[in-house]
Design a protein around this ligand. Structure first.
Ligand SMILES: [Mn+2]
Length: 484
C-alpha cells in the first residue's frame, strides 16, 4: 500500500514557482517516507479543478492507494477542490506545514511571499474541509520534526486498518454462545460501516477438514511447536489434536481469503477439544479471533494486528477476567479460557494440557505464559442499536504480581488509567464488553482516527477521565448520534 502526497497550488504564479513547488514536495516526501511505516510517494502538484477531480477518481479506484496527504505550498482556491473532495473515498490527511522552518530575515522579498503561502493557503483548504464536513486528519508542525512524522505514521496505520477492513472476511465456526448479549450485533451494519463480511461455516465442515489432515502434516507442525515452545505435558495426542485443528482452520481461512474467525465451547459438535493452542497459533500468524462467537472482537483483533504488523509489540484477544482489589493498587487480571495470543508473551510459552471445567470436551492443549509489561490499550466494539461504539482504555501492563502456579492459562495484569475503580465505572457506563483487543502497539489516537474513518462513535477512557465529565460526554454524544 502507498500513500499519495499531493501539493495544492494554482496557475497564478507562473511555471518557475510551480516547478519549485513540485521539486520541494518531492524532497519533502523523501524526508517523510524515511520515517513512515508505509511508503509515501509524491503524486502531483494540482492546479485546476479538473486535475483535482481526476486525481481523486484515480485514488478511489487504485487499490494500492491507502490515502492522500495534502498540503498547500501556495494558495489553492478551495472551490477548485469541491467536486473532487465530494467524490473522495480514501482517508485524507491535511498536513499544515511549510518548506522552510524559519523566515529568511535578510532575503525575504515578494518572490518569497508568492512561493511560501501555506500559512494562509492551508487555511483556505481547511475551510472547505470544514464546510464539506470532510472526514480528515489534521497534522500541524514543521515537516522534519519527529512529532509531525510520528502523527503521520500513526494516521497511516489507521488508514491501513480502514483499507483492510474493506476486504476483511470473518469466518464463524458455529454460532455465538447462547444468551450472551454483547457478542451479538448487526452484521449488515458492520459490513456497511467497516466492510467486514461476517458469515458462518458449520462446525461439521471444520470436522471434515480436520479428518482430512495427514499424520505427516501433524508431525511437521508438532516439530515446529517443539522448536518454539516448552513442552510441559506428556499428552502428545492432545497436542496433536490441536495441530490437526490448526491445520484445518488455516486451510479454510486461506481457501476463503478470511482474516479472522470465531468459535464457541457450546458449538463443537464432532470435535474432541475446544481449539486452544490452535487458536493461539492462528492469532500469532495475524488472524483475528473472538471467543464465544464474538465476531466483532475477532475482526477488530485482525484490524489492529494489521495496523501494527511491523511493530514488535503484540496484540491479542483479551478478557477482563478477575481483579486484585488491593486498595490503592487495584489491578485487572486479563486472560481467557485458552485463547491469548503468544505475541504478547514476555518469555517462551509452555504447552500444557488441562481440563477446561466447562463444555464437556476433552482437556485441551494450550500455551501458558505471562504477558509483557508496558503501555497498552484495550479496545471494545459494541453495537448500541443504530450505531457502533468503539471504547478504548489506556492501560499500563505490569509483570503479574503473583506466580499463580495452578492457573492453567496465559495471563496479563494491568492498571487501567486513571485507576481501576474510575475506569471500570466508566467502562460499564459506556457499555464496554468483557471481550477486548489488548494491543501494546496501537494507541488511542490511531483507533480514534480509524473510528472517524469508518464513521462510528469513539469513547476514550484515560488518565484524565472523571466520571462526571464522562457521563456528560456520553450524554452529548448520544444526542449527537441520534441527530446524525
Ligand atoms: Mn470470553
Amino acid at each position: 500500500m502507498k500513500f499519495w502526497f499531493v501539493a495544492g497550488s494554482q496557475h497564478l504564479y507562473g511555471s518557475d514557482v510551480l516547478n519549485t513547488v513540485a521539486e520541494r514536495a518531492a524532497k519533502m516526501v523523501g524526508g517523510l517516507s524515511s520515517s513512515a511505516p508505509f511508503e509515501i510517494i509524491y503524486k502531483a502538484t494540482v492546479k485546476t479543478p479538473d486535475e483535482i477531480t481526476a486525481l481523486v477518481k484515480e485514488a478511489n479506484y487504485d487499490d494500492t492507494c491507502a490515502g492522500l496527504v495534502v498540503w498547500c505550498h501556495t494558495f489553492s482556491p478551495s472551490k477548485m477542490w469541491i467536486n473532487g473532495l465530494v467524490a473522495l473515498q480514501k482517508p485524507y490527511l491535511h498536513l499544515h506545514t511549510q518548506y522552510n522552518r524559519n523566515i529568511p530575515a535578510d532575503d525575504i522579498d515578494m518572490n518569497f511571499m508568492n512561493l511560501n503561502q501555506a500559512a494562509h493557503g492551508d487555511r483556505e483548504h481547511g475551510f472547505i474541509g470544514a464546510r464539506l464536513r470532510l472526514t480528515r486528519k489534521i497534522v500541524v508542525g514543521y515537516w522534519e520534526d519527529a512529532h509531525v512524522q510520528e502523527k503521520i505514521g500513526a494516521w497511516q496505520r489507521s488508514a491501513i486498518g480502514f483499507t483492510i477492513s474493506k476486504n476483511l472476511k470473518v469466518i464463524r465456526f458455529g454460532d455465538n454462545m447462547r444468551q450472551v448479549a454483547v457478542t451479538e450485533g448487526d452484521k449488515v451494519e458492520a459490513q456497511i460501516k467497516f466492510g467486514w463480511q461476517v458469515n458462518t461455516w458449520g462446525v461439521g465442515d471444520l470436522v471434515a477438514a480436520m479428518n482430512a489432515v495427514t499424520d505427516a502434516e501433524i508431525n511437521a507442525l508438532t516439530d515446529e511447536y517443539n522448536s518454539k515452545y516448552t513442552f510441559a505435558t506428556e499428552d502428545t495426542e492432545a497436542v496433536k489434536y490441536q495441530a490437526r485443528a490448526e491445520i484445518a482452520m488455516l486451510k479454510i481461512l486461506e481457501r476463503e481469503g478470511a482474516g479472522a474467525f470465531t468459535n464457541t465451547f457450546e458449538d463443537l459438535h464432532g470435535m474432541k477439544q475446544l481449539p486452544g493452542l490452535a487458536s493461539q497459533r492462528l492469532m500469532e500468524r495475524g488472524y483475528g479471533y473472538g471467543g464465544e462467537g464474538d465476531w466483532k472482537v475477532s475482526a477488530l483483533t485482525h484490524v489492529i494486528k494489521t495496523m501494527t504488523a511491523d511493530m514488535p509489540d503484540g496484540t491479542s484477544f483479551m478478557e477482563d477476567y478477575t481483579y486484585d482489589l488491593e486498595a490503592g493498587n487495584e489491578l485487572v487480571l486479563g486472560a481467557h479460557m485458552l485463547e491469548v495470543c503468544p505475541t504478547i508473551a514476555a518469555a517462551k510459552p509452555r504447552i500444557e494440557v488441562c481440563p477446561l471445567g466447562i463444555g464437556g470436551k476433552e482437556p485441551p492443549a494450550r500455551l501458558i505464559f505471562e504477558g509483557k509489561a508496558g503501555r497498552a490499550v484495550v479496545a471494545s466494539l459494541v453495537d448500541l442499536g443504530g450505531r457502533m461504539r468503539l471504547i478504548v482504555q489506556d492501560v499500563e501492563c505490569v509483570k503479574p504480581i503473583y506466580e499463580m502456579p495452578k492457573l492453567p492459562v496465559a495471563r496479563v495484569m494491568w492498571k487501567p488509567l486513571p485507576d481501576l475503580l474510575t475506569s471500570a465505572h466508566a467502562w460499564i457506563l459506556a457499555g464496554g464488553a468483557h471481550h477486548t483487543v489488548l494491543s501494546y502497539g496501537a494507541t488511542a489516537e490511531m483507533l480514534e482516527d480509524w473510528a472517524n474513518m469508518t464513521d462510528i462513535e469513539f469513547v476514550h477512557i484515560n488518565a484524565d477521565t472523571t466520571i462526571n465529565e464522562f457521563k456528560k460526554d456520553l450524554f452529548t454524544a448520544d444526542l449527537a448520534w441520534r441527530l446524525k
